[in-house]
Design a protein around this ligand. Structure first.
Ligand SMILES: [Zn+2]
Length: 123
């Protein structure tokens, strides 16, 4: 299952980041995915719930933000929504452009608690 391996990768990244930042407990994991990545949020959530058990992210909440697929016209450089216009530029009607957003998947940020309990560091 695609989302399960995705969740596994996600956990690896998150746990490494927690280690580097001296976090003992992760509370929030925020990820960003492109519209065309085909991510099923429910499946990703489920995968995350399963894989996070026994890790520093056990109590973490998964947040997900989807980025729309965007095309840049290779005639006039106008940027537009792939969903709404496909590859046909709404400004100059040129057909053909480059998709520069819509397939990504990455961790935007994580939140967690550090080692010293009781100290409240506000950055
Ligand atoms: Zn154009």
């Amino acid at each position: 299952m695609h989302e399960l391996s995705l969740a596994q990768n996600l956990l690896d990244i998150v746990c490494r980041a927690a280690e580097e930042n001296g976090l003992q407990r992760i509370t929030v994991v925020s990820v960003v995915g492109g519209e065309l990545g085909g991510i099923v949020l429910d499946a990703l959530q489920f995968g995350f719930e399963v894989t996070k058990k026994g890790t520093v992210a056990e109590g973490a909440k998964l947040l997900y933000r989807e980025l729309p697929a965007l095309i840049r016209c290779n005639f006039c450089n106008h940027e537009f929504s792939w969903k709404a216009y496909g590859y046909t530029c709404p400004r100059c009607s040129h057909r053909g452009g480059e998709m520069f957003q819509g397939n990504e998947f990455y961790v935007e940020y994580i939140e967690g608690d550090g080692k010293e309990e009781g100290t409240n560091d506000t950055n």
